[in-house]
Design a protein around this ligand. Structure first.
Ligand SMILES: *Cc1c(COP(=O)(O)O)cnc(C)c1O
Length: 373
Protein backbone atom coordinates (compact mmCIF):
# COMPACT_ATOMS: atom_id res chain seq x y z
CA UNK A 1 0.00 0.00 0.00
CA UNK A 2 1.26 3.55 -0.73
CA UNK A 3 0.02 6.94 0.42
CA UNK A 4 0.42 10.60 -0.40
CA UNK A 5 3.61 10.69 1.68
CA UNK A 6 5.06 8.18 -0.76
CA UNK A 7 5.90 5.63 1.91
CA UNK A 8 4.91 2.01 1.55
CA UNK A 9 2.46 1.42 4.44
CA UNK A 10 2.91 -1.58 6.69
CA UNK A 11 -0.06 -2.54 8.87
CA UNK A 12 0.62 -4.00 12.29
CA UNK A 13 -1.82 -6.82 11.56
CA UNK A 14 -4.21 -7.19 8.62
CA UNK A 15 -7.01 -9.57 9.55
CA UNK A 16 -9.01 -8.69 6.45
CA UNK A 17 -6.17 -9.92 4.24
CA UNK A 18 -6.02 -13.20 6.18
CA UNK A 19 -9.76 -13.70 5.97
CA UNK A 20 -9.69 -13.01 2.22
CA UNK A 21 -7.34 -15.98 1.81
CA UNK A 22 -9.97 -18.32 3.26
CA UNK A 23 -13.12 -16.45 2.36
CA UNK A 24 -14.93 -19.31 0.66
CA UNK A 25 -14.19 -21.81 3.42
CA UNK A 26 -15.28 -19.35 6.13
CA UNK A 27 -18.46 -18.47 4.28
CA UNK A 28 -19.36 -22.13 3.78
CA UNK A 29 -18.74 -22.89 7.47
CA UNK A 30 -20.93 -19.99 8.57
CA UNK A 31 -23.67 -20.98 6.13
CA UNK A 32 -23.71 -24.51 7.53
CA UNK A 33 -24.36 -23.16 11.04
CA UNK A 34 -27.07 -20.81 9.79
CA UNK A 35 -28.77 -23.79 8.19
CA UNK A 36 -28.50 -26.07 11.21
CA UNK A 37 -30.74 -26.59 14.24
CA UNK A 38 -27.88 -26.23 16.78
CA UNK A 39 -26.15 -22.95 17.48
CA UNK A 40 -24.78 -23.76 20.96
CA UNK A 41 -23.14 -26.89 22.42
CA UNK A 42 -23.53 -28.81 19.17
CA UNK A 43 -21.45 -30.94 16.83
CA UNK A 44 -19.18 -28.16 15.56
CA UNK A 45 -18.02 -27.35 19.07
CA UNK A 46 -17.39 -31.04 19.76
CA UNK A 47 -15.41 -31.33 16.52
CA UNK A 48 -13.32 -28.23 17.18
CA UNK A 49 -12.62 -29.32 20.76
CA UNK A 50 -11.29 -32.63 19.44
CA UNK A 51 -9.15 -30.84 16.84
CA UNK A 52 -7.72 -28.38 19.33
CA UNK A 53 -6.95 -31.06 21.92
CA UNK A 54 -5.14 -33.08 19.23
CA UNK A 55 -3.27 -30.00 18.04
CA UNK A 56 -1.78 -29.32 21.48
CA UNK A 57 -1.45 -32.93 22.57
CA UNK A 58 -3.87 -32.72 25.50
CA UNK A 59 -6.55 -35.29 26.23
CA UNK A 60 -9.37 -32.74 26.24
CA UNK A 61 -10.22 -29.23 25.13
CA UNK A 62 -13.26 -27.36 26.44
CA UNK A 63 -14.46 -24.35 24.45
CA UNK A 64 -15.48 -21.29 26.49
CA UNK A 65 -16.52 -17.70 25.87
CA UNK A 66 -13.11 -15.94 26.07
CA UNK A 67 -9.52 -16.22 27.20
CA UNK A 68 -10.36 -14.48 30.46
CA UNK A 69 -13.10 -17.02 31.12
CA UNK A 70 -10.73 -19.87 30.24
CA UNK A 71 -8.39 -18.67 33.01
CA UNK A 72 -11.22 -18.20 35.53
CA UNK A 73 -12.81 -21.58 34.83
CA UNK A 74 -9.50 -23.46 34.77
CA UNK A 75 -8.39 -21.98 38.09
CA UNK A 76 -11.78 -22.60 39.67
CA UNK A 77 -11.99 -26.18 38.37
CA UNK A 78 -8.62 -26.79 40.02
CA UNK A 79 -9.86 -25.54 43.38
CA UNK A 80 -8.68 -21.92 43.46
CA UNK A 81 -11.16 -19.82 45.43
CA UNK A 82 -11.53 -16.86 47.78
CA UNK A 83 -8.42 -15.99 49.79
CA UNK A 84 -6.08 -18.25 47.82
CA UNK A 85 -2.87 -16.72 46.53
CA UNK A 86 -1.93 -17.24 42.89
CA UNK A 87 1.58 -16.39 41.69
CA UNK A 88 1.41 -14.32 38.49
CA UNK A 89 4.06 -12.55 36.38
CA UNK A 90 4.48 -8.80 36.81
CA UNK A 91 4.57 -8.32 33.04
CA UNK A 92 1.46 -9.65 31.29
CA UNK A 93 -1.87 -8.58 29.84
CA UNK A 94 -4.16 -7.52 32.69
CA UNK A 95 -6.55 -10.47 32.09
CA UNK A 96 -4.07 -12.79 33.83
CA UNK A 97 -4.49 -10.83 37.06
CA UNK A 98 -8.22 -10.21 36.57
CA UNK A 99 -8.94 -13.94 36.35
CA UNK A 100 -7.47 -14.39 39.84
CA UNK A 101 -9.37 -11.40 41.22
CA UNK A 102 -12.70 -12.59 39.78
CA UNK A 103 -12.36 -15.71 41.95
CA UNK A 104 -11.81 -13.64 45.10
CA UNK A 105 -8.22 -14.87 45.09
CA UNK A 106 -5.10 -12.73 45.38
CA UNK A 107 -2.57 -12.27 42.57
CA UNK A 108 0.98 -12.30 43.97
CA UNK A 109 3.23 -10.77 41.33
CA UNK A 110 6.76 -12.02 40.76
CA UNK A 111 8.83 -9.64 38.68
CA UNK A 112 10.24 -11.02 35.44
CA UNK A 113 13.90 -11.17 34.42
CA UNK A 114 15.13 -8.09 32.66
CA UNK A 115 16.80 -9.79 29.69
CA UNK A 116 14.12 -12.32 28.80
CA UNK A 117 10.91 -10.94 30.29
CA UNK A 118 10.24 -14.35 31.84
CA UNK A 119 10.37 -15.74 35.37
CA UNK A 120 13.38 -16.91 37.31
CA UNK A 121 12.04 -20.12 38.93
CA UNK A 122 13.99 -19.30 42.12
CA UNK A 123 12.03 -16.06 42.48
CA UNK A 124 8.77 -17.99 42.00
CA UNK A 125 9.76 -20.50 44.69
CA UNK A 126 10.55 -17.61 47.05
CA UNK A 127 7.03 -16.16 46.53
CA UNK A 128 5.28 -19.36 47.61
CA UNK A 129 3.73 -19.06 51.07
CA UNK A 130 1.15 -20.87 53.22
CA UNK A 131 -1.83 -19.46 51.28
CA UNK A 132 -0.40 -20.09 47.79
CA UNK A 133 -2.62 -22.43 45.80
CA UNK A 134 -1.52 -21.96 42.18
CA UNK A 135 1.18 -20.83 39.76
CA UNK A 136 0.00 -18.96 36.68
CA UNK A 137 2.87 -18.53 34.18
CA UNK A 138 2.24 -16.69 30.92
CA UNK A 139 3.80 -17.60 27.56
CA UNK A 140 4.27 -13.91 26.90
CA UNK A 141 4.39 -12.70 23.29
CA UNK A 142 4.33 -16.40 22.31
CA UNK A 143 7.65 -17.30 23.98
CA UNK A 144 7.04 -20.68 25.61
CA UNK A 145 7.85 -20.82 29.32
CA UNK A 146 9.73 -23.96 30.32
CA UNK A 147 7.19 -25.43 32.75
CA UNK A 148 9.46 -28.20 34.09
CA UNK A 149 11.07 -26.20 36.96
CA UNK A 150 7.70 -24.62 37.81
CA UNK A 151 5.98 -28.01 37.94
CA UNK A 152 8.73 -29.12 40.35
CA UNK A 153 7.89 -26.19 42.62
CA UNK A 154 4.16 -26.96 42.29
CA UNK A 155 4.77 -30.61 43.19
CA UNK A 156 6.89 -29.74 46.20
CA UNK A 157 4.26 -27.37 47.63
CA UNK A 158 1.05 -29.10 46.52
CA UNK A 159 0.09 -26.33 44.09
CA UNK A 160 -1.72 -26.42 40.77
CA UNK A 161 -0.24 -24.92 37.61
CA UNK A 162 -2.41 -23.21 35.03
CA UNK A 163 -0.55 -21.66 32.10
CA UNK A 164 -1.86 -18.66 30.18
CA UNK A 165 -1.33 -19.56 26.52
CA UNK A 166 -3.46 -16.76 25.05
CA UNK A 167 -0.46 -15.64 22.98
CA UNK A 168 1.15 -19.02 22.36
CA UNK A 169 -0.80 -21.05 19.77
CA UNK A 170 1.79 -23.22 18.07
CA UNK A 171 4.70 -22.51 20.45
CA UNK A 172 6.87 -25.47 21.43
CA UNK A 173 9.47 -26.34 24.05
CA UNK A 174 11.85 -29.19 23.14
CA UNK A 175 9.44 -30.10 20.34
CA UNK A 176 6.42 -30.37 22.65
CA UNK A 177 3.56 -27.93 21.98
CA UNK A 178 2.36 -25.62 24.74
CA UNK A 179 -0.95 -26.87 26.12
CA UNK A 180 -0.44 -30.30 27.64
CA UNK A 181 2.18 -29.89 30.37
CA UNK A 182 0.35 -27.89 33.04
CA UNK A 183 -2.64 -29.09 35.06
CA UNK A 184 -4.68 -26.94 32.69
CA UNK A 185 -3.88 -24.45 29.94
CA UNK A 186 -6.00 -21.41 29.08
CA UNK A 187 -6.36 -20.23 25.47
CA UNK A 188 -7.88 -17.15 23.91
CA UNK A 189 -9.33 -17.02 20.41
CA UNK A 190 -9.66 -13.22 20.45
CA UNK A 191 -9.53 -12.16 16.78
CA UNK A 192 -5.98 -10.77 16.97
CA UNK A 193 -4.47 -13.91 18.52
CA UNK A 194 -2.55 -16.40 16.35
CA UNK A 195 -5.69 -18.50 16.14
CA UNK A 196 -8.55 -16.02 16.29
CA UNK A 197 -12.31 -16.32 16.00
CA UNK A 198 -14.50 -13.73 14.30
CA UNK A 199 -15.62 -12.64 17.74
CA UNK A 200 -14.70 -13.75 21.25
CA UNK A 201 -13.75 -17.28 22.22
CA UNK A 202 -11.43 -19.34 24.38
CA UNK A 203 -10.65 -22.86 25.53
CA UNK A 204 -9.17 -24.84 28.38
CA UNK A 205 -6.98 -27.81 27.51
CA UNK A 206 -6.12 -30.48 30.08
CA UNK A 207 -5.30 -34.14 30.29
CA UNK A 208 -7.18 -34.45 33.59
CA UNK A 209 -10.66 -35.67 32.65
CA UNK A 210 -12.13 -34.54 35.99
CA UNK A 211 -10.90 -31.00 35.43
CA UNK A 212 -12.30 -31.04 31.88
CA UNK A 213 -15.68 -32.27 33.16
CA UNK A 214 -15.75 -29.55 35.80
CA UNK A 215 -14.97 -26.81 33.24
CA UNK A 216 -17.73 -28.23 30.99
CA UNK A 217 -20.15 -27.92 33.89
CA UNK A 218 -18.96 -24.47 34.99
CA UNK A 219 -19.26 -23.01 31.47
CA UNK A 220 -22.91 -24.12 31.35
CA UNK A 221 -24.41 -22.83 34.63
CA UNK A 222 -22.73 -25.48 36.75
CA UNK A 223 -24.96 -28.09 35.18
CA UNK A 224 -24.22 -31.60 33.94
CA UNK A 225 -27.85 -32.67 33.70
CA UNK A 226 -30.24 -30.14 32.18
CA UNK A 227 -31.90 -27.95 34.86
CA UNK A 228 -29.90 -29.54 37.67
CA UNK A 229 -27.21 -27.16 38.97
CA UNK A 230 -24.46 -28.73 41.05
CA UNK A 231 -22.59 -25.49 41.64
CA UNK A 232 -22.73 -21.76 41.00
CA UNK A 233 -21.67 -21.76 37.36
CA UNK A 234 -21.28 -19.32 34.52
CA UNK A 235 -22.62 -18.83 31.02
CA UNK A 236 -19.44 -19.07 28.96
CA UNK A 237 -19.80 -21.27 25.90
CA UNK A 238 -17.89 -21.18 22.63
CA UNK A 239 -20.76 -21.01 20.14
CA UNK A 240 -21.22 -23.19 17.06
CA UNK A 241 -20.52 -20.34 14.66
CA UNK A 242 -17.15 -19.51 16.23
CA UNK A 243 -16.27 -23.20 16.54
CA UNK A 244 -16.98 -23.75 12.84
CA UNK A 245 -14.92 -20.69 11.84
CA UNK A 246 -12.06 -21.71 14.15
CA UNK A 247 -12.01 -25.19 12.61
CA UNK A 248 -11.43 -23.56 9.21
CA UNK A 249 -8.76 -21.22 10.55
CA UNK A 250 -7.00 -24.06 12.35
CA UNK A 251 -6.39 -25.71 8.96
CA UNK A 252 -4.34 -22.63 8.00
CA UNK A 253 -2.49 -22.24 11.31
CA UNK A 254 0.67 -24.16 10.36
CA UNK A 255 1.14 -22.19 7.13
CA UNK A 256 0.50 -18.91 8.93
CA UNK A 257 2.88 -19.95 11.69
CA UNK A 258 5.64 -20.63 9.17
CA UNK A 259 5.17 -17.13 7.77
CA UNK A 260 5.49 -15.64 11.28
CA UNK A 261 8.72 -17.60 11.79
CA UNK A 262 10.05 -16.21 8.49
CA UNK A 263 9.21 -12.64 9.54
CA UNK A 264 10.95 -13.13 12.90
CA UNK A 265 14.02 -14.57 11.16
CA UNK A 266 14.15 -11.64 8.74
CA UNK A 267 13.90 -9.13 11.61
CA UNK A 268 16.54 -10.94 13.67
CA UNK A 269 18.88 -10.91 10.69
CA UNK A 270 18.14 -7.39 9.48
CA UNK A 271 18.24 -5.76 12.92
CA UNK A 272 21.11 -7.75 14.49
CA UNK A 273 23.58 -4.85 14.56
CA UNK A 274 21.05 -2.17 15.64
CA UNK A 275 21.22 -0.58 19.06
CA UNK A 276 18.09 -2.42 20.22
CA UNK A 277 17.38 -5.41 22.42
CA UNK A 278 15.85 -8.10 20.23
CA UNK A 279 13.81 -11.06 21.53
CA UNK A 280 15.89 -13.76 23.22
CA UNK A 281 15.13 -17.30 22.04
CA UNK A 282 16.58 -19.97 24.35
CA UNK A 283 17.83 -23.18 22.75
CA UNK A 284 15.02 -25.71 22.35
CA UNK A 285 12.19 -23.19 22.24
CA UNK A 286 10.05 -22.37 19.21
CA UNK A 287 8.09 -19.18 19.90
CA UNK A 288 4.65 -18.70 18.37
CA UNK A 289 5.79 -15.17 17.40
CA UNK A 290 2.46 -13.68 18.38
CA UNK A 291 4.39 -10.45 18.77
CA UNK A 292 7.90 -9.36 17.82
CA UNK A 293 8.91 -7.06 20.65
CA UNK A 294 12.08 -4.98 20.68
CA UNK A 295 13.30 -2.94 23.60
CA UNK A 296 14.95 0.50 23.68
CA UNK A 297 15.07 3.45 26.08
CA UNK A 298 14.16 5.59 23.04
CA UNK A 299 10.89 3.74 22.46
CA UNK A 300 8.57 6.71 21.89
CA UNK A 301 10.98 8.36 19.45
CA UNK A 302 11.43 5.10 17.56
CA UNK A 303 7.66 4.61 17.37
CA UNK A 304 7.20 8.13 15.93
CA UNK A 305 10.05 7.62 13.48
CA UNK A 306 8.46 4.39 12.21
CA UNK A 307 4.99 5.95 12.00
CA UNK A 308 6.40 8.75 9.83
CA UNK A 309 7.71 6.03 7.50
CA UNK A 310 4.36 4.25 7.27
CA UNK A 311 5.20 1.46 9.73
CA UNK A 312 2.48 0.83 12.31
CA UNK A 313 3.67 -0.37 15.71
CA UNK A 314 1.98 -0.99 19.08
CA UNK A 315 3.04 -1.17 22.72
CA UNK A 316 2.26 -4.33 24.71
CA UNK A 317 1.59 -2.96 27.23
CA UNK A 318 2.04 0.73 28.10
CA UNK A 319 0.66 0.50 31.68
CA UNK A 320 1.93 -2.34 33.88
CA UNK A 321 -0.72 -4.34 35.74
CA UNK A 322 0.19 -2.96 39.17
CA UNK A 323 -0.27 0.61 37.92
CA UNK A 324 -3.72 0.08 36.42
CA UNK A 325 -6.28 2.61 37.70
CA UNK A 326 -8.55 -0.29 38.65
CA UNK A 327 -6.09 -1.24 41.41
CA UNK A 328 -5.35 2.27 42.69
CA UNK A 329 -5.38 2.37 46.48
CA UNK A 330 -5.21 -1.42 46.84
CA UNK A 331 -2.18 -3.45 47.96
CA UNK A 332 -1.72 -4.48 44.31
CA UNK A 333 -0.68 -0.92 43.49
CA UNK A 334 1.96 -0.81 46.24
CA UNK A 335 4.18 -3.53 44.81
CA UNK A 336 7.76 -2.79 43.76
CA UNK A 337 8.10 -4.30 40.27
CA UNK A 338 10.94 -2.38 38.58
CA UNK A 339 11.37 -4.70 35.59
CA UNK A 340 7.66 -4.48 34.75
CA UNK A 341 7.94 -0.69 34.95
CA UNK A 342 11.01 -0.65 32.68
CA UNK A 343 9.40 -2.95 30.13
CA UNK A 344 6.25 -0.82 29.95
CA UNK A 345 8.44 2.19 29.16
CA UNK A 346 10.73 0.48 26.65
CA UNK A 347 8.96 -2.26 24.66
CA UNK A 348 7.76 -1.79 21.10
CA UNK A 349 5.97 -4.39 18.98
CA UNK A 350 6.93 -4.33 15.30
CA UNK A 351 4.40 -5.43 12.66
CA UNK A 352 3.98 -9.20 12.95
CA UNK A 353 1.67 -11.60 11.20
CA UNK A 354 1.14 -13.88 8.23
CA UNK A 355 0.02 -10.87 6.16
CA UNK A 356 3.52 -9.39 5.87
CA UNK A 357 5.20 -9.62 2.47
CA UNK A 358 8.94 -9.59 1.84
CA UNK A 359 8.58 -5.93 0.84
CA UNK A 360 6.80 -5.19 4.13
CA UNK A 361 9.59 -6.87 6.07
CA UNK A 362 12.26 -4.88 4.24
CA UNK A 363 10.34 -1.65 4.77
CA UNK A 364 10.22 -2.29 8.52
CA UNK A 365 13.90 -3.22 8.68
CA UNK A 366 15.03 -0.19 6.65
CA UNK A 367 12.85 2.12 8.73
CA UNK A 368 14.26 0.80 12.02
CA UNK A 369 17.81 0.95 10.69
CA UNK A 370 17.43 4.60 9.69
CA UNK A 371 16.51 5.60 13.27
CA UNK A 372 19.00 7.81 15.13
CA UNK A 373 18.00 8.57 18.72
C1 LIG B 1 -5.62 -11.93 25.14
C2 LIG B 1 -5.11 -12.38 26.44
C3 LIG B 1 -5.95 -12.84 27.47
C4 LIG B 1 -7.44 -12.72 27.42
O1 LIG B 1 -8.06 -13.26 26.33
P1 LIG B 1 -9.53 -12.73 25.89
O2 LIG B 1 -9.99 -13.75 24.93
O3 LIG B 1 -9.33 -11.38 25.30
O4 LIG B 1 -10.38 -12.68 27.13
C5 LIG B 1 -5.38 -13.36 28.60
N1 LIG B 1 -4.04 -13.41 28.76
C6 LIG B 1 -3.20 -12.94 27.82
C7 LIG B 1 -1.72 -13.05 28.06
C8 LIG B 1 -3.70 -12.39 26.65
O5 LIG B 1 -2.84 -11.92 25.72
Amino acid sequence: MSTATGHHQVAFLDLQALHREMHEELTAAAAAVIGSDRVLLGPRLTAFEASWAAQVGAREAVGVGSGLDALVLALRALGVGPGAEVVVPSHTFVATWLAVLHLGAVPVAVDVESATGTWDPAAVAAAVGPRTRALLPVHMYGHPVDLAPLLDIADRHGLVLVDDAAQAHGARTRGVPVGADGHATAWSFYPGKNLGALGDGGAVTTSDTDVAARVRSLRNYGSRVKYVHDEVGYNSRLDELQAALLEVKLRHLAVHQARRVAVAAAYADGLADCDLELPVVPVGTEPAWHLYVVRTPHRDALQQHLAARGVQTLVHYPVPCHRQPAFAGTPLARQHLPVADALAAQVLSLPMGPHLSATDRDTVIDAVRSFRP
